[in-house]
Design a protein around this ligand. Sequence first.
Ligand code: FE
Length: 228
Amino acid sequence: MKKQIILGTLAMCMIIAWSLATLDSPAQRSEARRPGEAFQPADFGKLIGMEGFSNTLLQNHFKLYQGYVKNSNLLDEKLNTMLRDGKTDTPEYAELKRRFGFEFNGMRLHELYFGNLGEKKELDPASPLYAALSRNFGSYAQWKKDFMATGTMRGIGWVILYLDPLSGRLFNEWVNEHEVNHLAGCTPLLVMDVFEHAYMTDYQLDRPRYVEAFFKNINWDAVSKRFP
Ligand code: FE
């Protein structure tokens, strides 16, 4: 009897250990998200202390990002409910559908932006990305000039260094707000936020100084990983 209890307890422990070992980490879960599963905000706290970015600015920016995650989940849920309830033929559905692109892109672009910050190394001149920038723009310096010029254009939105996988060409693209002017089928490599909340706290209207500070903190390893 005692032996049976011991064997039973052992078997139970093994089952629990196996269940824990097969649980996905949060990162794995976000990579393989199932339909209906909520988006989870990523933690970019490691950026606190980054030179040229005050804690207040970064903390507020993280809060704004978390709002996009929350609203993407909210809209996803509402749209699914309306689909289930047969309410797709309504102006409300159409407006929420349009709004989803704003919130979802707001979420993803912030993840790309924070994800390509936090290092202080220059891009390696021997790297394939450096070679591609030089080939596409004539030189690395010319690419940087174009990226910075795009970043100081009037308006609010994003500057994205895009790779077109079909042609192999690279573009510095201006995106209005979060959802207007994306290049279809292209891969975002380097993403810079130029909404006023990204710099006003620290630089007021001096956007060129913010763009310089952004450039000094680019995580080129992260950017290079996005370049196939
Ligand atoms: Fe932002």
